[in-house]
Write a protein that binds this ligand. Structure first.
Ligand code: CA
Ligand code: CA
Ligand code: CA
Ligand code: CA
Length: 505
């Protein structure tokens, strides 16, 4: 009797449960199907049959005049980064990096993929088609010197420009990777295809030891942003001797600011020589741009009252790249910056001894902005690194030119000066910030909540065709699938518990 009563109970429960279970299953199926369809549509629309970089390589090789980019108001030079990681070159479309230039008509003027990664690129004044750029080549095993040996330290002008204890602490922080990076500065004539190395040195490790930028001071001297040793230095390129340097320890406390010391403390990734001879240095991990006077000793060089940004005050700057200086003659002083983790380009104007925000630009797609150049006509050229495009916006904030490029780092429009030096400040030319529509604003709020290096890492490892909405769809698909599996598991377990109760009785 007992058994039949229990059976009756569970079967009456089952009658109630079946439709509600079906509804839950349908709901899971609906969510997963919708997000999967959205992903599939996005993948199909990405048309990855031929990327701009692949087309550029083919057409440069074959000498074809066919355009790969829309027509533009001048030559556009684009450097790209790659996600080649610790020497592992994957089959991913982003595993290769390129230096490319497109003519005004969109045809390929220059293409080079001989280096592992490409960084900051500058036009060479007085030339039409010559550039200077920074690159990184990843090396392994015997290609890497014994960084900690006495003979290496003594014979390397790059190493012995700091105390041996400093050198050892930094080198040891990159061990035991067993890998290293050749950092170089190259001058390339894009008409003849000839290139010359101006200066190079090998640093231990492959991630946070590179130089992403160098800027020319004169015919013989170059300023370098040295991510490895957390410093700015000036090198005589004839001898390789370092003639001046400023280490970030002059102004900031390791372990109380920035990233891990000395592994990746400041991530000093950009340097700009200003018209008055000063240097603007970008300390990414400290959320700051600092100003230095290389006419002064390292102890006196730091101009604290010019600093833009503050530690972890992410409303001003959030792990930014590529600050450009707009001089007084163009309506500055102002800085135009890729405010990377905030997924926007931003401008600050110097007013009465402090910095005032005067312009910004972002759209729903923009993800990890690493360059913004104010052009002479008041337009702004932007690199959207994880949005995989380079775009030009006009003074009203409208996109007037855009090209799909995988993981761009820097862009330059030739004939408009280096970076933003010939462009007007937003304030002086009444350049408008863009106004995203309601839907865009809502999505930007969601992205704003998720902003930060951890979320950015998702873009770093995801396939190139995925935009922020696709990553969200993929997350929804994954969470939906996991939720369904867990729910089914829970139902199965409670059914088993019920059955074992029945049999125990
Ligand atoms: Ca530069
Ligand atoms: Ca720069
Ligand atoms: Ca720039
Ligand atoms: Ca630029």
């Amino acid at each position: 009797m007992l058994i039949s009563r229990a059976t009756e109970e569970s079967s009456s429960e089952a009658i109630v449960n079946v439709p509600s279970k079906t509804l839950v299953r349908l709901a899971f199926f609906g969510v997963i199907a919708l997000s999967a369809v959205s992903l599939g549509t996005s993948y199909a629309a990405s048309g990855l049959g031929g990327t701009t970089e692949e087309l550029a390589a083919d057409r440069y090789e074959s000498g074809s005049e066919g355009p790969v980019a829309p027509p533009a108001n001048g030559v556009t030079v684009i450097s790209t980064d790659s996600n080649a990681w610790l020497g592992e070159q994957s089959d991913d479309p982003r595993s290769k990096a390129e230096m490319m230039a497109f003519a005004s008509n969109g045809s390929v003027l220059y293409y080079n993929d001989s280096h592992t990664r490409y960084w900051d690129v500058d036009p060479v004044p007085g030339t039409r088609r010559t550039i200077e750029y920074a690159y990184a080549d990843h090396l392994n095993g015997s290609a890497c010197p014994e960084f900690l040996s006495a003979s290496y330290y003594e014979n390397s002008a790059y190493a012995n420009s700091v105390n041996r204890s400093v050198w050892e602490a930094y080198a040891e922080a990159q061990e035991p990777v067993g890998a290293c990076t050749r950092n170089g500065i190259v001058r390339a004539n894009m008409t003849t295809g000839e290139s010359t190395t101006i200066y190079s040195a090998i640093t231990p490790g492959k991630h946070s030891t590179r130089w992403h930028d160098a800027d020319r001071i004169n015919d013989t001297h170059v300023a370098v942003a040295d991510i490895f040793l957390d410093r700015a230095f000036v090198v005589d390129t004839r001898s390789g001797n370092i003639t001046w340097q400023w280490r970030a320890t002059e102004a900031f406390s390791p372990n109380r600011s920035g990233g891990p010391y000395p592994g990746d403390w400041t991530h000093a990734n950009d340097i700009e020589v200003l018209p008055d001879g000063r240097l603007a240095l970008d300390l990414r991990n400290n959320d700051r741009v600092v100003f230095l006077d290389p006419a002064e000793s390292p102890e006196e060089a730091f101009q604290a009252n010019w600093t833009l940004g503050a530690e972890n005050v992410h409303s001003i700057l959030y792990e930014q790249h590529n600050p450009d200086y707009i001089p007084l003659s163009e309506g500055g002083p102002a800085l135009v910056i890729g405010d990377s983790e905030n997924n926007r380009a931003i401008e600050y104007q110097r007013v009465n001894g402090s910095w005032e925000r005067t312009w910004s630009w972002q759209d729903a797609r923009m993800q990890w902005t690493r360059d913004a150049d104010r052009l002479a006509n008041g337009h702004t050229l932007l690199t959207d690194s994880n949005g995989d495009r380079v775009l030009e916006v006009d003074e009203r904030g409208e996109v007037v030119w855009s090209v799909e490029v995988g993981f761009p780092y820097e862009a330059e429009r030739l004939g408009t000066g280096d970076e933003s030096e010939s462009g007007p400040s937003a304030r002086s030319a009444a350049i408008a910030s863009n106004q995203p529509d309601t839907l865009e604003t809502a999505w930007l709020r969601v992205k704003g909540v998720l902003a930060g290096p951890e979320f950015q890492a998702l873009y770093y490892v995801s396939p190139r065709w995925m935009r922020s909405t696709d990553i969200a769809a993929a997350l929804v698909t994954g969470i939906g699938a996991l939720g369904w599996i867990l729910t089914e598991g829970w139902w199965a377990l409670s059914m088993r518990a019920r059955l074992s109760q029945v049999f125990a009785r």
